[in-house]
Design a protein around this ligand. Structure first.
Ligand code: FAD
Length: 493
């Protein structure tokens, strides 16, 4: 198999498919106050959108969609639900880039976080602070939970600043990625996005508006980070910023040997710890399974500048195939956007995505390569979509008080099967293969962690969290005792 080590996001090859929608349920039992009712929409045109997500596999029709125009509106909605003998579920929803129905609810209310406007008022929008010159210099942005990362980036770049940790895709919301982890090629240096938060405003499931940080109300802070929306609605996040580069040297190297590929990746992510002169800022990787190696082959190796040559020294890629570009920082971090536009224009974006996202302990990545990539995926020749594989540092970059669990090693691999299905029989095949992969890991004793999951049973969630389940359940009891928030995961429902 050819292995491409690259800093790029993936090319998703899709084709269109027609989806059927369930009809909205009656909401006669749902009697909101007059003020709330004006923001509760049952516009039939918006229901299909709120009943699906990027995965296009799970479909749930809510009773209504709530369009808040302020934080107080969200408080009022949560108080209203709590006041009823049978509280209704509330699903905070950012851009619905989940793939397993996480931001949906049946018989409840979808809370449309993106309705909060983009100018900074009432704790919404993006406000980049002047850098705080007292003590260590800290620049940060106060950002509404429904704001997209692209907006945070733009507001920061106006001051020559940038968030430190970004995911591959800039059109998810701040509340959405902070409810998961927010992984990307910068995580090895700065940690996931949840490790890059100074302060949060969270409205708990009980209806308390809590400002929290490591120092203040820390239990709510750590619970909300990666908290799958279970404990509270994130209405504001304070995101630290650093100086933004203006240009990016973007290198793609081709590998034909998995061991060399992963060894070099691990070497590159350890660079930053050693304070070497030439340091990669961003490291990702992509597998090309049974695919031609794209247009990369048309780019011969050019004369590298000194620091690039230093960075590449000792790496074992195929030296005849080096793809090098010099692009603006924004073009690099927003590189998926042109791809999205192209796929949208061809009707190839809104199709089923039976993704499988795993974190694999470093010590077992070669077993994973043999047992999964070679023995399952390649042999079955069902390779729809793209596969990202890259290591990240856990040590010193994660705080175990945050909600997510990770493999218990200093380094683990992010392995994303970004699957795309043109038809529902392909969805089935890919889902069967996803299950085989999980079974293989279980049988081989590879202690993987699933990421971006939803639509599991309560028991599967208990197993997912393992020893951390008690803490998770206790926090739920503390912050959302009536189990109102984010029912789409199926954790308590
Ligand atoms: P939604 O899907 O709307 O919501 C996700 C969950 O968060 C739900 O449970 C919801 O209830 C909850 N939630 C949403 N907003 C709030 C809030 N304000 N407060 C509390 N809970 C809330 N992830 C990565 O880590 N790295 C990547 O590189 C990456 N790339 C991606 C590329 C693409 C093309 C796509 C579609 C997804 C990618 N993802 C990646 C996954 C993405 O980060 C998550 O799915 C994220 O949740 C999407 O944000 P959203 O605003 O769409 O959230």
């Amino acid at each position: 198999n050819l292995v491409l080590f690259s800093t790029t996001m993936v090319v998703l090859l899709l084709s269109s498919i027609v989806l059927t929608q369930a009809q909205p349920r009656s909401w006669s039992a749902f009697q909101a106050s007059k003020e709330l009712a004006t923001k509760l929409s049952r516009n039939p045109q918006t229901f299909p959108h709120a009943s699906t997500d990027y995965g296009h596999i799970v479909h749930k029709t809510p009773v209504a969609i709530f369009n808040p125009s302020s934080v107080s509106d969200i408080l009022a909605l949560i108080h209203f639900s709590n006041s009823l003998p049978n509280p209704f579920p509330i699903a905070p929803r950012g851009k619905a880039h989940s793939v397993h129905g996480q931001a949906m609810t049946k018989d409840g209310v979808v809370l449309n976080m993106t309705n909060l406007n983009s100018s900074f008022q009432n704790g919404l929008g993006v406000l980049v602070s002047a850098c705080d010159g007292k003590g260590p210099l800290i620049c940060y942005a106060d950002v509404g939970g429904g704001q997209m990362w692209i907006d945070v980036l733009h507001a920061s770049l106006e001051r020559g600043l940038t968030p430190l940790s970004l995911t591959d895709y800039m059109y998810a919301t701040v509340g959405g990625t902070l409810s998961n982890a927010g992984m990307g090629g910068m995580s090895f240096r700065f940690g996931p996005q949840i490790s890059n938060v100074l302060e949060l405003d969270v409205i708990t499931g009980k209806g308390d508006l809590v400002t929290c940080s490591k120092e203040q109300n820390s239990e709510a802070f750590y619970a909300a980070l990666g908290g799958l929306g279970q404990f509270g609605v994130i209405t504001r996040a304070r995101i630290p910023l650093g100086p933004a580069p203006t240009r990016v040297k973007w290198l793609r190297l081709l590998y034909n040997n998995f061991t060399a590929f992963s060894r070099d990746q691990e070497h590159l992510i350890s660079f930053s710890e050693r304070n070497d002169i030439a340091t990669a800022d961003y490291v990702e990787g992509m597998l090309l399974l049974n695919q031609p190696p794209l247009d990369l082959l048309f780019y011969p190796a050019s004369d590298h500048q000194r620091e690039v040559a230093y960075l590449l020294k000792g790496l074992n890629f195929v030296h005849t195939f080096v793809f090098e570009r010099d692009v603006s920082y924004e073009e690099f971090v927003n590189r998926v956007y042109p791809l999205e536009q192209m796929l949208r224009s061809e009707g190839l974006w809104e199709v089923p995505h039976p993704w499988l996202n795993l974190w694999v302990p470093r010590s077992r990545i070669s077993d994973f390569d043999e047992g999964v990539f070679k023995d399952i995926v390649l042999k079955q020749n069902i390779t729809g979509g793209s596969f990202l594989v890259y290591p990240t540092n856990r040590r010193n970059k994660w705080d175990d008080r945050m909600t997510p669990i990770t493999p218990d090693e200093d380094v683990f691999y992010v392995v994303d099967f970004l699957r795309v299905a043109k038809t529902f029989d392909v969805v089935d095949k890919l889902q069967v293969q996803n299950k085989q992969i999980l079974r293989f890991c279980n049988d081989a004793g590879i202690k993987i962690t699933e990421y971006l999951i939803g639509n599991k049973t309560h028991q599967q969630w208990v197993e997912h969290f393992g020893p951390k389940w008690k803490l998770f359940a206790d926090r739920k009891t503390e912050f959302d005792p009536k189990k109102i928030l984010s029912p789409g995961h199926g954790i308590f429902q």
